[in-house]
Design a protein around this ligand. Structure first.
Ligand code: ZN
Length: 74
């Protein structure tokens, strides 16, 4: 696997920090270079619950499709 390199200082270690954007009340997780603090990427904490909700919806659709398939076979 390739090693991620900081574009600013060529460092190879990164950390996740919590910060609150100006004008916002929720904390966001940001990946930054642990050496110079250059931001590398964002991790939206809302993504996890949204994915869980989608998984539940897909499971419900799957259940309904199974019921339709069983009804068609009868
Ligand atoms: Zn850096």
């Amino acid at each position: 696997m390739a090693v991620s390199t900081c574009v600013n200082c060529n460092g190879h270690s990164f950390e996740v920090v919590l910060f609150t954007p100006i004008g916002d009340s929720r904390k966001l997780s940001m990946v930054q270079c642990s050496n110079c603090g250059t931001p590398i990427g964002m991790m939206d904490p809302a993504t996890g619950p949204q994915i869980e909700a989608l998984k539940a919806q897909v499971a419900a659709i799957d259940e309904r499709l199974s019921r339709i398939a069983r009804a068609l076979q009868d």
